[in-house]
Design a protein around this ligand. Sequence first.
Ligand code: 13P
Ligand code: 13P
Ligand code: MG
Ligand code: MG
Length: 368
Amino acid sequence: MADLLTFSVIKADVGGYVGHSNVHPELLETARKQTAEAISSGLLIDAYVTNCGDDLQLIMTHRHGVDNSEVHQFAWDTFVACTETAKSLKLYGAGQDLLSDTFAGNITGMGPGVAEMEFEERPSEPVIVFMADKTSPGAWNLPLFNIYANPFNSPGLVIDTKMHQGFEFEVMDVIDHKSIRFVCPEEMYEMLMFIGAPRRYMIKHVYRRMDGMIAASASTQRLSLIAGKYVGKDDPVLVTRCQSGLPAVGETLEPFTFAHTAEGWMRGSHHGPLMPCSFEDATPSRFDGPPRVIAAGFQVAEGKLIGARDMFADPAFDRARAQANEVADYLRRHGPFEPHRLGLDEMEYTTMPQLMEKFKDRWVDESE
Ligand code: 13P
Ligand code: 13P
Ligand code: MG
Ligand code: MG
């Protein structure tokens, strides 16, 4: 069997320029220097460094498997080096997502987001990496369902016999730290009951049932649950393999023609439309948003990343962007009212406990 390839995307917000709107070019430069060294030393085969809004992504290929402590250590050290650069420029929230002072072997649960998969590289291996800012990993649930379970989105489910058995979804319960697998199409309706509540139930992996081939991997860390308080939004990443018995590139991009509502935006405490945009436009500024998603397309060749192609820099996504702006106007008119603002139980930047304390003696009992 050929050597397996590991595709790792590890990301963190280590400082915003200006506010939470972008990553400063010097941070990207710092990260690119580090990845160039890791390629020379043989740790990585290839790497592509980019950003979506204020989140810095390291897209890496190597042969060390998922959850590899050396690769995770490298990503951690790179984020620490970038934090130093961010501090020297007094960027906003320098080191925001690094929730610990020391690295403990696996970066998962330490703040940065991680999406990894290991596979045998096919004769042609198109991969799309989705990266979002000002939102949470639950934002992938709707598009992932459409890509791998909805024949009205992906005619490949109907036309390509390799997909007739459907796909298996691994879903995380991020509150109780459990996971479950659902098979589609048979368990589609039951699965929707869970993944339709994307704050708690998040799709982590998708597998093709015919042979168990991994198709997609998403980051599902929730910073507030790790830190016990609001420290910024999770701003997730998602890796998808495409074509030849998997959904085509176009089927994988198609769900993003609908600017669906996701949690995040200002102070991570609002609902807003997820706007697909070009790399250049991934700079959420209006009310710190609206939430953005970019798509970087690669052809993988012996582990080399041929790309990236800016997949949403296509006028065919203009209508989704216009829809996002319209929904943004509509939601903004609600000001501090739900459903623009997140529900009470979900408020993360909330002053609710302090308010409850402050007014605790002012409540008058109205029961008979
Ligand atoms: P493949 O089955 O080769 O992936 O072709 C499908 C296709 O490209 C449709 O867009
Ligand atoms: P980030 O999670 O992207 O840092 O945004 C935080 C925020 O509070 C935006 O208003
Ligand atoms: Mg930030
Ligand atoms: Mg961010």
